[in-house]
Write a protein that binds this ligand. Structure first.
Ligand code: DC
Length: 219
């Protein structure tokens, strides 16, 4: 079973995807980490993620899975750089096989996978059994991100968080290559008024009603 979770940052898709994977005994891949690791590699090399498409493509092609666990990938400069290189078609093409391989041959003998990102239901796994587009109001998302940063002991200014989020949302949803949008047939889950447990319960209902073996599923 493949479950595709897409949506903007701080909508709760990572937490939800991780909980679904654990509950259903599926493998989990946070595809944003792949873009982040490629962006970090590029910054290490001193290249400009906003200008140097050639270096971005090279960093993406040379990426190995071990690099996904390097520390610091969630920092804001990496978030913006990842969003910048994610607009480059050669970067997306280089990272596509890695994601599809994971979905078709999940590690540790798992019988399926949950992938989260921006284009899982539209491009990476358009045949996914279940697609969920997780969203929330900009205010709810900004408040969550602000709290997350403060909880991690980082300095955070709310207005700056809103500004960074808007910049990334705009870039991720208006780019020509695989823009973020709900896939056809995706269930839209608005988590503005839901905590992580309530969002998980809502998603499990969707899964129960639509998983491949479910009698409720149309032939
Ligand atoms: O999910 P995230 O915030 O870690 O993703 C970082 C950036 O990577 C995001 O702003 C856009 C890009 N991304 C993408 O274009 N496609 C994906 N499937 C996942 C992430």
């Amino acid at each position: 079973m493949i479950i595709a979770i897409d949506g903007p940052s701080a909508a709760g898709k990572g937490t939800l995807a991780r909980k679904l994977a654990a509950a259903l005994d599926l493998a989990y891949l946070d595809t944003g980490t792949i873009y982040r690791a490629a962006a970090a590699k590029m910054l290490d090399a001193g290249a400009d993620p906003g200008r140097d498409a050639e270096a971005a493509g090279q960093a993406a092609r040379a990426l190995v899975l071990a690099e996904l666990s390097r520390p610091g990938l969630r920092e804001e400069n990496i978030s913006q750089a990842a969003s910048q290189i994610a607009t480059i078609p050669s970067v997306r093409a280089a990272l596509l096989d890695l994601q599809r391989d994971f979905a078709s041959r999940p590690p540790e003998g798992k019988k399926g996978a949950v992938l989260d990102g921006r284009d899982i239901g539209t491009v990476v796994c358009p045949q996914a059994d279940i697609k969920i587009f997780v969203t929330a109001s900009p205010e709810a998302r900004a408040a969550r991100r602000h709290k997350e940063l403060l909880d991690r002991g980082e300095a955070s200014i709310y207005a700056r968080v809103v500004q960074d989020m808007e910049a990334r949302d705009a870039r991720d949803s208006t780019r020509g290559a695989a823009p973020m949008k709900p896939a056809p047939g995706a269930f839209v889950l608005d988590t503005s008024a839901l905590d992580a447990d309530a969002a998980f319960a809502a998603a499990m209902k969707i899964v129960a009603a639509h998983r491949p073996s479910s009698p409720a599923r149309k032939p």
